[in-house]
Structures are given as C-alpha cells and as structure tokens.
Design a protein around this ligand. Sequence first.
Ligand SMILES: [Zn+2]
Length: 375
Amino acid sequence: MIITIHRGTHQIGGCITEITTDTTKILIDFGEELMPQTPIDEGEILRGCDAVFITHYHSDHVGLHTHIPPHIPIYLGKVAKQILVELTARTNKENLYKVERFRTYTPMQSIKVGDIEVRPLLVDHSAFDAYMFLIKAEGKTLLHTGDFRGHGFRGKGLMPTLQKYVGKVDALIIEGTTLYRDGGEAKTERALQLQAATLMKEKKYVFVLCSSTNIDRIASLYHANPFGRYFLCDAYQKAVLKIVRENVGPRSSLYDLQKIVTYGPNIEDRFFKRGFCMLVRNRDDHRRIIDKYPEDERLILYSIWKGYVEGKHKSERMIRFLDGLHYTYLHTSGYADAETICEVVSAVSPDVIYPIHTENAAWFKGRFGRVEVKT
Ligand SMILES: [Zn+2]
C-alpha cells in the first residue's frame, strides 16, 4: 500500500490523499483550496482512479468533485449527500446533477474497491454526518481521520470507537488544523450552549450568524432558545434542518428540530411580540431584517470562525455585513485540540504519521517517541 498526500501536509484545506496498491487506486477527499497555494496535476491524480471517498461535505474536502469524470464513483455519507444536494441547489445549481450521482456509504459498513477495503466510522465535526476511514489493503491498516473533534456533543464516542473498531494501525493520516496556535483545550459545544442560553435570556431578538451546515451548533442553539420564543430561519436553512430531523430526529432528542418557522414579513408582528432566535448568514436581506429590530433589544451572536473578520482569509462581504453592528463572539472549533490528537495517536499507536490539514506539521515530530512523521 502506497500513501501519497497530494495536498494537505502544509496547508489547511484542499486535501487530497491517494492510496494505491498493485491493482487499485483510490482517493480520499478532493478538496478546493481556501486560497490557491499548491498547484496539482488533477488529470494525473485522477488517471486510473477507481473511486473517490469523501469524508464530509465541507468544500475544502469535496469542492473539486465537479472535475471528477463520471466513470469514477464518488462516495459520501447518506445524510451528508442530501445536505450537499440542498446546498448545491442554492449556490451552484448547474452542478446539481454531479452531486446527485454520488453514491453513499453507511457507518461501519465496509466498501470494497478492488483489493482496498474502506470502513467509514462516524465522527463529530462542524459538518454533519462526517467520517474517519479505516482502510485495509495488502495486509496493512491505515486510519484517515478526516476532520474531527472530541469536544462536540458526540465527541465522547471517539475513543471507544477507536479502541473497539480500530486498535493498532500501521499508518495514521491525521488532521492538525488547530496546531498553529497554542489554543489549549477547546471549549465544549455543551459549554457554549450554556453560555448561549444565558445571553439569549437578556435580549428579546437574537440573531445568530452561523454556518447553515453546522448542524450541531444549530441544534444546540435551538435547545438554548428560551421557552416561548420563535426559532426562525430562511427557507433554504429550514430545508437543510428538515433533512436532519427526518433522518435522525426520531432517534435523537438533539436533532428533534420540530418547531422552526420561516421568516416572512406577513407575520412580523408576532415575531416582534414574542421574540425569537433567528439564524442568519452574511446576506443583504438578512441584514435588512436585523436592522428592523431595536438595537437595545437585540443580540447578535457571531458563531463562526474568527478568520472571516481578521487575518489573511478575511472576507469583505462579511465585514460589510457586520458594519455598524455590535456583536458577541460565541464559537468553538470544529477541529481536534492538541490533547485529543495525542489521545488518538496513543489509541492507534501507528508506525508512521502523515499530518494533513495543518500549518504546523512539524508539531508531530519527536512528540510520539520513535514514530516516523512524514512531512
Ligand atoms: Zn471540515
């Protein structure tokens, strides 16, 4: 089994990993870069490829799927695919048919492509229905973590899953997104929810700027919303949440998102009267709604990555959206903190580590005894 990291060793986003045996070649993720930095020869990477496995629907992992020829199967989680279909229908309609052709995988059920076996293991991440892949071929075992974390609502399942279904591996491909800073232990999603609940009680009109596909954050806010208040969003967001409710709501109280109302001007008087929590994105029409409500009675929670308003990835559109608004930062990372990464390494005791999705691959060097680190 030969492992090639085409992109990801020294950057966040745009990850592409190749696994090759004597007879078979697969790719894990086919992501778009956050900003262009590492050119690749896509034609060469895709040549002879038997299948592409996508860990989750974030565009830095799936974004280049439109370049994959139709004869190469692409696999994604079942609910993740439905969410990506909804998102693509809104933002990139001409490519909708290219997402509709995706095949899906089921947690724990291995898929065999040639002599490579891929077993998807559900993980907690800021994307819903996200996976690690346990890969077996030519007598070797490899774990590809994708993006994951231990501090979300479902993070407690991480270590038992690794102990029960993974055990020792020959190679570990692991994300190190948060390692560029000394962040310490990440705030849990539960702690964030408690903070949100306290803040939301103080103001009648709450607007939350968050990713439309960060389902666990939205579910958390839904349950933090004070009793009697509306939970509002636009029609697209409601359709995304309906997918989650219909697929997993019956099995989980967290995702039982029953009472969601689409914002419409015809019933604004009721919104004014009862108060609400509304999910917004950096759109002009959402900004116009915010401006309708009195400043002293409204709370704006900024619940996404800080990088959109500061540093090299900052977005002019986001800055324009927030112009003149007083907002409160309330966010926690979708990625594993250093402590969780150490726990994963020790649980699977690899002989070789391939850091990916990181700007600090060197962090791994010398940290795990004699384990070889490929940077
Ligand atoms: Zn991600």
